[in-house]
Design a protein around this ligand. Structure first.
Ligand SMILES: [Zn+2]
Length: 153
């Protein structure tokens, strides 16, 4: 496994509309492993492939809840319910935090690394994290949609 370089806001790869994954080959499984290791090393709760310079629709998330580490390949939100506002940060925007309005509950459909279709219903932090990471796949950063921003060390 390897720690990958995290791209920072201003890098054009973070503005890209990412391409779907056609097949999860050995190289992409390695990338998922490296993304998870990079996320844990950076104390993040999620990381999207474009954040490590790869414009593909892959995300890793671990909100340190009972769900544990999840790998979302070609994820699509199929249902949204309610609203919640809360604080977000991003490994690509270090030191900046902001309040973002998100759906309170989402259902997401995705492929796992074996190419099997999976479904997940999420609320709370996991719901927020899924929406934040999926925005990365559309080239959107939370600072573009935050209702307020602040600097913190
Ligand atoms: Zn982010």
């Amino acid at each position: 496994m390897a720690i990958l370089e995290i791209k920072k806001a201003g890098d054009p790869v973070l503005k890209k509309h990412c391409e779907p994954v056609e097949r999860v080959n050995k190289k992409l499984k390695q990338l998922l492993d490296d993304m998870a290791e990079t996320m844990y090393k950076s104390d993040g709760v999620g990381l999207a492939a474009p954040q490590v310079g790869v414009p593909l629709r892959m995300v890793v998330i671990d909100c340190q809840d009972e769900t544990g580490l999840i790998e979302l390949i070609n994820p699509v939100i199929t249902y949204r319910e309610g609203e919640m506002e809360g604080s977000e940060g991003c490994l690509s925007v270090p030191g900046i935090y902001g309040d973002v309005m998100r759906a309170a509950k989402v259902k997401v459909e995705y492929l796992n690394r074996r190419g099997k279709v999976q479904h997940l219903t999420a609320t709370g932090l996991l719901s927020r994290c899924i929406q934040h990471e999926l925005d990365h796949l559309e080239g959107q950063l939370f600072i573009d949609i935050a209702t307020s921003l602040r600097k913190e060390d």
